[in-house]
Design a protein around this ligand. Sequence first.
Ligand code: PEP
Ligand code: MG
Length: 540
Amino acid sequence: MRTMQGTGVSAGIAIGEIRVLDTAEHAVERRVVDDPQAEVERFRAARDTAVDQLKRLRDKTAAEFGEGKAELFDTHQLMLQDPDYVESIEDLITQSKVNAEFAVNSTAEQFAAMFAAMDNSYMQARAADVKDVSRRVINVLEGRGVGADQDDGGSRIILAEDLAPSETVQLDRSKVLGFVTAKGSANSHTAILARTMGLPAIIGIGDAFNPEDDGHVAVIDGASGMVFVDPDEATLTEYQGKKAKYEEHLRLLQELKGKPTETKDGQRVRLYANIGRPSDVTAVLANDAEGIGLFRSEFLYLESEDYPTEEFQFEAYKEVAQKMGDRLVVIRTLDIGADKQVGYFNLEHESNPALGYRAIRICLTRPEIFKVQLRALLRASVYGNIAIMLPMITSVQEVRDAKKILEEVKDELRGEHIDFNEHIQVGIMIETPASVIMADELAAEVDFFSIGTNDLTQYTLACDRQNPNLGRFADPHSPAVLRMIRMATEAAHRHNIWCGICGELGADLSLTDTFLEIGLDELSVSPTSVLPLRDAIRNH
Ligand code: PEP
Ligand code: MG
């Protein structure tokens, strides 16, 4: 048995086989080869294997998610058979006498740069694809597996160096028992996703990460951060017992369903849930949340291979609104950038992306993208109780500019005789110190505030939320953060608008009393945190 200690970021116990996900970028070596013709043959064989893998992946995706989602794998197969691409690789091998891996990698870089420089956004988005298929060929050449392709249908504990949000959303959730990563931080979107999915997750096991654990049985405890590989009999029995107890605790919490979220002395708080995709609504309803306080709409973009269309987004928002009936659904507009990178946006590399071109800044400078989303949101607004929320606000002008674009879109829809909710609420996220300082002026412009404590902590304390080494310096309990929350709430109330929290701190039961005392109107947390929080509020 090997024991590792990480940081638990999503409670629960999982027992099962490990699947190591190969997500790390590997450096590709340049070697001189004596027999270029043999190397060309080696490339051709690897390319054929990669095409076969893509065919299987295509059929599996078509069966599970429909033809639309499978099309990407057709494109990938075509790319690997493209005469220019193949010729470039084979020429490089024969003329420069280099190994196939190096030739594939160089060609991929060259083609990706060419696609990225094109005017057309569709072609620009192909830059990520050519890198992706080339990585597949290199993996075959190097004898490395590619996760999902070796799928035998069983559920696994995922072990990876690190997981980007885009990689996490692409995992087949029905086959994931939990996550363990070498890197990561508690407020990363991968940790948030694990909590939304109600899966045990542990980050930061560091050097204890060993790819050879693939296929071994492990026990993971998402509360304590403990991982046991090849557990002995006693550990297995102990954790089977703990797992049963935890499940019993969850069962008991179910009894709070349907009960009001109200303190003993009658203070009511609206208890909402956060989601990232329409299918999360099942967990929202199962945990009896009273609404959705944050729908991170950018996950629709992260899951797509190209800009999601108005129709695709409309269907997603409509589905959530309909399922939630008259309960409020706060949909946050696109918050892409920083750790949430999407290839087809072709965002320039930034040395400080959290302080860079992200969220509302992208929407205001690329209104053609923003408008597609706003049209979809407005059209969906007649199917339920939708509110719009703008992220990363730092000034009154940004809110006015965004509202102006919203008015233009409303006018367009009126012109086309398309119905929407004329009284749709518009709110903002309070997640920058500037928005707290300007809270009075901002409150006069909008219908509600929702405090994003993940970013507010990062920007207030100057602590990168992705950096796992900042420990006590990145403390969201810091009086500076708590005072910011109080300031924003008081400003909201002075202007008769409501104020909630949708950052992870909302679920921190050690702060529930403080939030009640500050007078927050709403708390929006991961679906699995709804009932524990209701329990805490009812016992206050
Ligand atoms: C936040 O910053 O607290 C928030 C809710 O938004 P996100 O975590 O998606 O940045
Ligand atoms: Mg944020």
